[in-house]
Design a protein around this ligand. Structure first.
Ligand code: GLY
Length: 487
């Protein structure tokens, strides 16, 4: 847990993220991002827009977070969006039965087991409360929706959306019409989702309020293999761990389709786009894991989790689900509106393939992979090896000394760069200390103005990762940095 603990310490100390309502000891599972965290998150979202939404020509929406309860009756959330809850009969502490059993038995326990199955396993494993050794009451299913009423009469029950995609499903008929769209079409959205988790934990990894970036692809299931864009990725290899296998291996998209590991070219194409996005983000050690029957969400036909390996194990970043006609079928029945569309002259109720990304989780794992404690001579440095494009601050400007006209010259350089990059000016403490402060928040380039600058208008640029320096002309700085930061 060395890196995990370092990261939490860094996040609090430098304000990447910290608990919400901290001075009131606010409830668990709610986190605020500070300036560095927000910039990192914004850059991540910008990359998502460029490399998924715009690259594929998706349509983006921004839907309401509060929706009528009728939506969640039709979507199945009122009935199925539940976690197995156990309560200690002695001290009253609540736990998720599947998580506690998994820890005790050292294997995954599916959350979808029935209450009776959980009670049986708890008995067999002789599971007791980790806090007071008390016995557990029988397992209950706990619904994770936040529900309340709106208006002065409080007569309309609403819910905070537990997944952003519900807005996409509801908006689909209008968007399809007004955008004169044709199937297949992908709609995207970034926004907040809310889940009343029994045990929120591990900072940004399991929160009660979190940011999702969801993409829903609407298509005609009979024509999911008539998909020209697939040719762009046919030879591209996905890192896949199939059900029952213990290790991932690389499989070409064409083979995934041929061997029917995925049910269509369309699905293989969107999985490839997702992996390519995370390659751009700079994550390593990832895999798609094919989910078994017990692990799939209640609506999923085919399901793959995109996961990344970290010091604390494999973490799911994106759920990739073939949801069939569950969503439009449910909302068609619930709203009594016809949600079919015309495709090649025939009425079709579109099927949906989804890429449901956890943004906060992605950022947390990126930080976890980037953080490193290194020896530099006799000292240790903490460094955050974020890709330059995502680093919250791209460039730091330092006058070597606070005299001899160096601060004025450094301010001039700062003024030239700040319209182009996220840049800071820092003149306090020794240059070594300034480098350390920059390293731990991941600033990839530090520009120092020294006495030679006054003579020939050159500066040194120090690279965060190699710690090497080179000297270049001030007039070339914007271009040099532009290539390194924006690619
Ligand atoms: N939309 C899928 C999920 O939030 O899990």
């Amino acid at each position: 847990m060395e890196k995990y603990d370092e990261l939490i310490d860094l996040a609090l100390r430098r304000g990447f993220f910290f608990p919400a309502a901290e001075i009131y000891n606010g409830p668990a599972g709610f986190w605020d991002y500070g300036p560095l965290g927000v910039t990192l998150k914004n850059k991540f979202i910008q990359l998502w827009r460029e490399h998924l939404v715009k690259r594929d020509g998706m349509l983006e929406i921004d839907g309401a977070q509060i929706l009528p309860q009728t939506v969640f009756a039709a979507s199945g959330h009122l009935e199925h969006f539940v976690d197995p809850l156990i309560e200690c009969s002695k001290c009253g502490t609540f736990y998720r039965a599947d998580k506690l059993l998994s820890e005790k038995l050292g294997r995954d326990i599916p959350e979808s087991l029935s209450c009776e199955e959980f009670d049986k396993l708890i008995g067999q494993a002789k599971l007791v409360c980790p806090r007071c050794k008390g016995k557990f009451k029988p397992t209950k299913k706990f619904n994770m929706m936040f529900s309340f009423s709106v208006g002065p009469r409080a007569d309309e029950i609403v819910g905070l959306r537990p997944e952003t995609c519900q807005s996409i499903f509801l908006d689909f008929p209008r968007l399809f019409r007004i955008c004169r769209a044709k199937l297949p079409i992908a709609l995207a959205q970034i926004g907040k989702a809310f889940r009343n988790e029994i045990s929120p934990r591990q900072a940004l990894l399991r929160q009660r309020e979190f940011t999702q970036a969801e993409i829903e692809v609407f298509f005609n299931p009979e024509r999911a293999n008539e998909f020209e864009k697939f040719d762009q990725v046919a030879d591209y290899e996905l890192v896949m761990q199939l059900e029952g296998q213990s290790k991932p291996k690389k499989i070409k998209c064409a083979d995934l389709v041929k061997k029917k590991i995925v049910s269509s070219k369309l699905i293989a194409y969107y999985l490839a786009l997702l992996q390519q996005f995370y390659e751009k983000v700079g994550l390593c050690d990832f895999r798609f894991r094919q989910l078994g029957k017990d692990e799939k969400a209640f609506y999923a036909i085919d399901a793959f989790d995109f996961e990344v390996k970290t010091e604390i194990g494999w973490i799911e970043l994106v759920a990739c689900n073939y949801r069939g006609d569950h969503d439009l079928g449910g909302h068609q029945a619930g709203s009594k509106k016809n949600l079919t569309v015309l495709d090649e002259g025939k009425k079709v109720l579109p099927h949906i393939f989804e890429l449901s990304m956890g943004v906060d989780r992605s950022i947390f794992c990126l930080l976890l992979q980037a953080i490193a404690l290194e020896k530099v001579g006799k000292e240790e440095r903490l460094v955050l090896r974020l890709p330059p494009r995502l680093a919250p601050i791209s460039v730091a400007i330092y006058p070597l000394l606070n005299k001899d006209g160096l601060p004025e010259k450094a301010m001039e350089v700062y003024g030239q760069l700040k319209g182009w990059f996220d840049v800071i000016y820092d003149s306090s403490g020794s240059i070594g200390k300034r480098y350390r402060r920059a390293d731990e928040i991941g600033i990839p380039f530090c520009v120092t103005i020294d006495h030679q600058t006054l003579k020939d208008n050159t500066v040194t640029i120090r690279d965060r990762d190699s710690m090497k320096q080179e000297r270049i002309k001030i007039a070339e700085l914007v271009n040099w940095l532009g290539k390194k930061v924006c690619g």
